[in-house]
Design a binder for this molecule. Structure first.
Ligand SMILES: O=P(O)(O)OC[C@H]1O[C@@H](O)[C@H](O)[C@@H](O)[C@@H]1O
Length: 285
């Protein structure tokens, strides 16, 4: 399906509006290569973007699909979740090579600034592909250094829900997890879908590659490839209220289902590449 990209500034920042011929649309900003909107049908927004998000350089944008690279969370010496979400990426054009379907391609390479934090010479590309009812986002990383490189990563997807009441994430019933609200305490499989009554912050190592988020506003299927782990996050009422870029009640409107590789980092030999993607499929009527 043909895909077009046209410039459409968003909160004063360079951004692209992606459109397919059947009306699906998405928006991706060059700052962080962050997808901030996905509407499989005009007006049906499937991603959450905080009304209180900060749009200034040096701060992460709360919502959409932040690219976490080359460090997940605080698991290393870099700033939390790494520098990719705080960097200006370049738009290269539309290309079908990595995902096998037309995708807008954004690129980030090492610079003196990134090498100050992370010595590796690299090339990262984010591929954003849209089809009738699906959004597929692929992260491709090539090690351009002479030495091996190691990183952790995630596509930190904020899925919009009307309300947490009645929202359930299915697909991880049989998977044990680490509870990050309790210092990554190992927990057994829960045998049921995840409901969001309280702060939830979990890493499912080597998890199933497909989950489904059901809510009052419909259903989104989440698939991944290349990534190994799934991270599930909702801050709950009191943490959300204390976060300036969320605020009271905002936790009610999203669940993060993250395609991640956290537990066993990716290691790339010199010249090697890695590709991971996450696909969101809108299954609402
Ligand atoms: O506030 P940030 O840096 O965007 O992180 C949000 C959350 O991201 C999740 O991936 C982590 O598991 C949480 O622990 C973290 O709080």
């Amino acid at each position: 399906m043909p895909l077009t990209a046209q410039p459409l500034p968003h909160h004063g920042r360079d951004s692209l509006l992606l459109l397919t011929s059947d009306g699906a649309r998405a928006q991706v900003g060059l700052y962080g290569a962050q997808v901030t909107s996905w509407q499989p049908v005009p007006g049906r927004e499937r991603l959450y973007l905080s009304p209180n998000a900060t749009w200034t350089t040096g701060t992460a944008i709360r919502g959409g699909i932040p690219v976490v690279f080359p460090q997940f969370g605080g698991r290393g010496p870099l700033a939390k979740h790494g520098f990719a979400r705080l960097s200006d990426w370049r738009f290269l054009g539309i290309d079908a090579t990595a995902l096998g379907q037309p995708a807008a391609v954004l690129e980030l390479s090492d610079s003196a600034d990134t090498r100050r934090h992370w010595p590796t010479r690299f090339r990262a590309r984010l591929h954003v592909a849209l089809s009738a009812s699906a959004l597929r986002v692929g992260l491709e990383v090539r090690n351009e250094d002479t030495a091996a490189a190691t990183f952790t990563t995630a596509l930190h997807t904020y899925l919009r829900v009307d309300s947490l009441e009645g929202t359930v994430l299915e697909g991880l019933e049989r998977a044990p997890y680490l509870d990050s609200t309790r210092g990554d305490t190992p927990m057994p499989a829960q045998g049921e879908g995840i409901r969001f009554n309280t702060e939830t912050d979990r890493i499912y190592p080597d998890s199933p590659h497909e989950t489904v988020l059901h809510g009052r506003n419909g259903r989104v299927r989440v698939r991944m490839s290349g990534f190994k782990d799934t991270v599930v996050w909702n801050p709950g009422a009191s943490l959300a209220a204390s976060m300036a870029d969320l605020g009271p009640g905002e936790h009610e409107h999203f669940v993060c289902v993250e395609a991640a590789t956290v537990i066993e980092p990716v290691t790339l030999a010199s010249g090697e590449s890695w590709l991971g993607w996450q696909q969101l499929v809108d299954e609402s009527d």
